[in-house]
Design a binder for this molecule. Structure first.
Ligand code: XMP
Length: 518
């Protein structure tokens, strides 16, 4: 959805040279009150300028400007027409393109470093305490800045840490101001936005909500919209926002695939009722489970679930009748990931599209959240009344327990898994650490081991516990859970859950493992 709201009148463009921090840069800029968007590094200059940016940031990246085919930016970007901030690789690129010298260091520098501001006139460091601890991540370094550039800061060892050319409006940093570990990083970005680019700080979420509600109303008119609700943050926030705009002309479909957690369908439906959404629940558990009978291959499971979902959704939508629009909870990271170009295209995330919706239904697509980061979606959700149980929920995969019930999916095994999972989450919540992690869940392994309970020998399956911390699900660390908690969970599962007699804890990170076991 296009928009011309005043909150977006001033915009910063971040040119992505492949840094793991690119999205973080854009988020920090928005947190400072200025709307920002990410474009690939090879976006033509006219396209960049069409956005009428108040400034451009060139991100870091893993390449070296000394290599052929490394990312570069269109010539016009450094012409002085619009202020520029180069970060890390961005600084080396500016140096390289404007005639300075970039060399390969004798060692790489990763992590914390100390930087001294050597030029107090440099506006980007105004009110930043020097020396400052910063986050570095580079191998190459700037040996000589381009002509006309001054050095603003150096690292303890004398290496150039920042350069600028005030008349061209070009600023550059060898370190990462967007990372929390950089002291004064936020002030440095703020100086760039407000002192160099002359932004006013017009981006605010309440303004965005009012604008989007009005825009949905105008776009949709009095036509009917349908949407699939999953209980997740994105689809729920998209639905509540749209409901604010068009009321009961939004009809929601909640498909119970029989692969949800204990009492989940009812809990989610209760929340939707409180939110006054018009929801049609389709209990298709039997249809899903019979399609999955005897299937053990993870990819086949995903494919079957995707197909049955579409069938059920279509049937329900036909029953409702008359819909012209399909509402989807696409968020900005999905848009960026699928829009990558050039060499970086290889990183596109290809799975996780279960719940992808029927094309032949010939519906127009409504995606009100497609410009927002996940944390903005959560904030907006809170502002429009979506309760915390939804906003703070751990992500749950579309194929649900099917990919956590390893091997064959039977009602009995699902029941075992549900009971174990409930205990694990209960104990984690009691410990007060649920909100500190990305995901915690159980898996059920199709492996039987021998146990003993009282005087009885048992032969039952294994429950695996998984708890990970992560920023975005792309990489993850296993959580060092307290031993006491693990002990309680293990005892409770063995005592209370028929079908399981052994509990193990997964101590692998991603990579090399994935978060889900299938
Ligand atoms: P993996 O297992 O790939 O998971 O490390 C990364 C994140 O994605 C979730 N996930 C899925 N979500 N459909 C989904 O909607 C899927 O098929 C799927 N597989 C994994 C996973 O829970 C984690 O948050």
């Amino acid at each position: 959805m296009e928009s011309s709201s005043s909150t977006r009148k001033e915009k910063i463009i971040v040119l992505d040279c492949g840094s793991q921090y690119t999205q973080l840069i854009a988020r920090r800029i928005r947190e400072l009150g200025v709307y920002s968007e990410i474009l690939p590094w090879d976006t033509p200059y006219e396209e960049v300028m069409k956005e009428e940016p108040k400034g451009v940031v060139i991100s870091g990246g893993p390449a070296s400007v000394r290599e052929e085919d490394s990312p570069t930016v269109p010539e016009g970007v450094l012409s002085g027409e619009v202020p520029v901030l180069g970060i890390c690789y961005g600084m080396q690129l500016i140096t390289h393109l404007l005639g300075g010298v970039v060399k390969k260091g004798s060692f790489a520098e990763y992590g914390r470093a100390i930087v001294n501001v050597t030029d107090p006139e440099a506006v980007i460091f105004h009110n930043v305490k020097s020396p400052l601890q910063v986050w570095m991540s580079h191998w190459d370094y700037v040996d000589a800045p381009p002509e006309g550039f001054k050095v603003a800061a150096r690292s303890e060892s004398g290496m150039i840490a920042s350069i600028y050319n005030e008349s061209l409006g070009i600023w550059a940093l060898q370190f990462h101001p967007e990372v929390w570990h950089t002291q004064g990083g936020s002030k440095i970005l703020e100086n760039f936005l407000f002192k160099v680019c002359q932004c006013e700080g017009l981006w605010d979420l309440q303004g965005w909500i009012d604008m989007m509600v009005e825009q949905i109303r105008q776009t949709v008119g009095d036509e009917k919209v349908i949407c699939g609700l999953s209980g997740g943050v994105d689809s729920t926030v998209a639905a509540v926002l749209t409901h604010k705009a068009i009321g009961d002309n939004l009809e929601c479909i909640f498909v119970d695939n029989g692969l949800l957690r204990m009492n989940e369908a009812q809990e989610v439906l209760d929340v939707y009722k409180d939110l006054h959404l018009k929801v049609h629940a389709a209990d298709a558990s039997e249809e899903f489970l019979s399609a999955l009978k005897d299937v053990t291959d993870p990819e086949r499971k995903r494919k079957i679930i995707g197909e049955v979902f579409i069938r059920v959704f279509e049937r329900k939508a036909k029953e409702i009748g008359g819909a012209k629009w399909l509402l989807q909870g696409t968020v900005y990271p999905d848009v960026i990931e699928s829009g990558k170009r050039g060499k970086d295209a290889a990183v596109i995330k290809s799975h996780h599209n279960v719940g992808g919706l029927p094309e032949e239904m010939d519906l127009k697509v409504l995606e009100p959240l497609r410009d927002l980061f996940k944390d903005e979606v959560r904030k907006i959700g809170g502002m429009i009344g979506v309760p915390e149980v939804i906003l703070k929920r751990h992500p749950f995969p579309g194929p649900g327990l099917a990919v956590r019930c390893l091997g064959e999916i039977t009602p009995e095994r699902l029941e075992t898994l549900r009971k174990a999972d409930k205990i694990f989450l209960e104990e984690i919540k009691k410990e007060g650490i649920y909100d500190d992690m990305w995901q915690a869940f159980c898996v059920l392994l199709p492996v039987k081991t021998v146990g003993v309970m009282g005087d009885i020998r048992t032969y039952a399956e294994i429950v695996g516990l998984r708890a990970v911390s992560s920023q975005d699900g792309m990489t993850a660390d296993w959580v060092k859970l307290p031993m006491g908690l693990l002990d309680r969970v293990s005892r409770r599962i063995c005592n209370e859950v028929p079908g399981a007699n052994r509990v193990v804890y997964d101590v692998t990170s991603k990579p090399p493992s994935t978060i889900e076991w299938e």
